[in-house]
Design a protein around this ligand. Structure first.
Ligand code: MIC
Ligand code: SF4
Length: 644
């Protein structure tokens, strides 16, 4: 038996189809699913369309944590719809205000050795607990709830050996920023980042969660830590010790790629605007005036993180020119801080305590002033994501964020003096009162508000695709560029016709109307097209506007799967130089009768032929041809139904 990495062991136990050979298509059995409100409405509309009476997973969860402002009826209608769906189909519902899905899942549900599929790109947070936890589009999560396996390319396993121990004022965020510096925002695509080595023992589960969470920013399929004594302690503190099992790689497991990080050599790091891989040492950018500091998000909102923040703020005041916001990851974190009295330091410091939710991380409230500098403990600093187009957003650890909040400028946190000692209770104060079990609900009625529109029907792929190039983008286009976040646009997540009018609105205001007028066309993209979130709206909305194919240098994993799921052809240049030969408004034509591995684009305007790759499995080709995956799943479920 060849020696296996931890990721390979868990994959092997869940393998339904395919061989564990990097690059080949495999299918995995999914044990747990999670959704959050802003991707969940679509996922459940899709699930409903599949005609299943109950979820077929071991555990499915529906969280409400993103669109919480409730400016009008729309968010609240979505929440009510989600609650009804959960009750009817056997899903645990986490009520608005309970906290952020990834933090809550880690605290209350994550279980070593299981697989989790979540309709949020930061689902890999649970890899901090020795799980294979993968972010995916809502339709893939809906399919998993219907008992379908999850198809993906078998990733390469990158072994990241951790040695040494972090110095004081250097924390888990600095580890993942270092990984991002090495791998960049596309270096992890189709890879699993597996951590091992003696340095692992020095990191608590929430710290591991910070690292696996932000592995998503490298484009990685997921990240994973072993399940060890530290994991056991965390589970026991959560009253879930019986869920523990020891899991680790075989001692001489062979990784496809190797990295080594000596934790003791790391310094506080910072990601500069506007990309999570634009890394510098904090000491190199000291002195920049800071208008806003935001602490929280699924990356850094654990009890450990907020205890440090409270201890550093104790007896001090936030700088007069800086606004500090703090959003805890969960009610449990807040309750524990309140009971020990640590919360008092936060209140007295002048911090603005927000709801336990995503909030400013996705531009829902707390947009910084014009041209402001905002330091955030979050995971993404894409241009405009904060809601202020010209804001300069930096990503840092809670320690560096607190140092800036106290000093009104970027300061190396090691200058704060003595590092405070924090103590973690052996058992946290626990309450599951904000989770509604489906068995608790007598009323299984699903109420649909007027903003919840049915799923659009998409037709099969025609034999020939024709149209104009409607947009040409550079590298690393994010899903925030395609369908921006923020309270206004996110309240349209259950209304595809409406949300599609915002497609690329900050990149090119005329895009949606031009696409509609010309009944679709093509988009030309650079490297890593579609990086960032799992929102399938970034595929659904262009599809609704008639986009037929995206021709790019390369794609981000989740977005590529979403394009296929909704029948948009993802094509990559055989020769990347051909990208330069296409310009806006060029008339293109592609024969797609036979979906071969290589297709030819005829550029009628330029009179040229361009070779493109179609790197899809047979199943994916079938899905694109059918106009999307849903049609195929519906047919399969109908076929499998035993006659009454
Ligand atoms: C994000 O961080 O961009 C989000 C908002 O959590 C998204 C999901 C969404 O768009 O609803 C993600 O990361 O997948
Ligand atoms: Fe929420 Fe931000 Fe985490 Fe996305 S990255 S789940 S918006 S906290």
């Amino acid at each position: 038996m060849p020696k296996q990495t931890l990721a390979q062991k868990i994959i092997a136990k869940h393998l339904v189809e395919g061989k564990m050979v990097a690059g080949q298509e495999i299918a995995l059995k999914i044990d747990h699913t999670l959704t959050q409100d802003s991707t969940g409405t679509m996922a459940y509309l899709e699930f409903e369309a599949m005609g299943i009476s109950k979820v077929k997973t071991e555990l499915s969860l529906s969280f409400v944590d993103h669109s919480m402002l409730q400016n009008d009826f729309r968010n609240a209608d979505d929440h009510r719809y989600l609650q009804g769906v959960a009750a009817k189909y056997g899903i645990i519902f986490s009520r608005p205000g309970n906290g952020i899905c990834h933090q809550l899942y880690l605290e209350r549900f994550a279980r070593p050795g299981r697989t989790l599929l979540g309709s949020d790109s930061h689902t890999p947070t649970a890899g901090g607990m020795g799980m294979i936890a993968i972010g995916a589009g809502g339709l893939d999560v809906a399919a998993a709830m219907a008992g379908e396996p999850f198809y993906l390319e078998m990733p390469k396993i990158v072994g990241i050996k951790l040695t040494g121990k972090l110095q004081v004022f250097v924390s888990a965020k600095d580890v993942i920023l270092q990984v991002l510096k090495i791998l960049t925002v596309k270096g992890g695509v189709n890879k699993i980042l597996e951590y091992y080595g003696p340095g692992v023992d020095t990191l608590s589960v929430p710290e591991r969660g910070t690292i696996t969470n932000m592995g998503a920013e490298t484009g990685a399929t997921t990240s994973i830590f072993p399940s060890d004594e530290t994991t056991k302690m965390f589970l026991e503190a959560q009253g879930r010790g019986m869920m523990w099992e020891e899991l680790k790689a075989d001692p001489d497991a062979v990784y496809d790629e190797n990295l080594e990080i000596d934790l003791s050599t790391l310094e506080p790091l910072i990601a500069l605007p506007h990309s999570p891989d634009s890394i510098k040492k904090v000491s190199e950018v000291e002195g920049i005036a800071v208008d806003q500091v935001c602490i929280g998000s699924c990356t850094n909102s654990s009890l450990r993180d907020l205890k440090i923040v409270c201890a550093l703020l104790k007896g001090k005041q936030v700088h007069e020119n800086t606004s500090l916001t703090v959003s805890a990851g969960s009610r449990q974190v807040m309750e524990n801080l309140a009971t020990t009295g640590e919360l008092e330091a936060l209140i007295q410091s002048g911090a603005r305590i927000l709801e336990n939710s995503c909030g400013p991380c996705i531009g829902i409230g707390q947009s910084p002033p014009t041209g402001a500098v905002s330091l955030r403990t979050f995971n993404r600093n894409f241009k405009g994501r904060s809601g202020t187009q010209d804001a300069q957003v930096y990503l840092v650890s809670p320690e560096t964020a607190t140092a800036a909040a106290l000093n009104g400028k970027i300061v190396d946190p090691r200058k704060l003096g003595k590092f405070p000692q924090i103590t973690m209770a052996e058992r946290f104060i626990l309450s599951d009162a904000m989770f509604i079990q489906p068995s608790q609900c007598a009323n299984k009625e699903i109420i649909r508000g007027p903003n919840i529109k049915p799923l659009p029907d998409f037709t099969a792929l025609p034999k020939k695709l024709q149209g104009k190039v409607l947009l040409k983008t550079g590298d690393n286009i994010t899903t925030d560029d395609i369908i921006p976040g923020g309270a206004e646009i996110m309240s349209l997540r259950s209304n595809i016709p409406q949300i599609s009018t915002y497609t690329f609105c900050h990149v090119d205001k005329t895009f949606a109307s031009r696409a509609e007028q010309s009944r679709g066309g093509f988009i030309v993209g650079g490297e890593n097209y579609g990086q960032g979130s799992s929102r399938e709206h970034a595929a659904l909305a262009p599809k609704y506007l008639g986009i037929k194919a995206i021709i790019a240098k390369s794609f981000a994993r989740i977005h590529l799967a979403n394009l296929v799921n909704f029948g948009i052809l993802p094509l990559t240049f055989v020769n990347k130089k051909d990208y330069d030969s296409i310009t806006l408004d060029d008339d293109l034509e592609i024969e797609v009768d036979d979906l071969k591995e290589q297709l030819t684009i005829i550029n009628k305007t330029k009179g040229t032929h361009i070779a493109v790759n179609l790197n899809l499995s047979e199943l994916e080709k079938e899905q694109v041809q059918a106009g999307g995956k849903l049609a195929l799943i519906k047919a399969k479920q109908n076929h499998n139904k035993t006659p009454e």
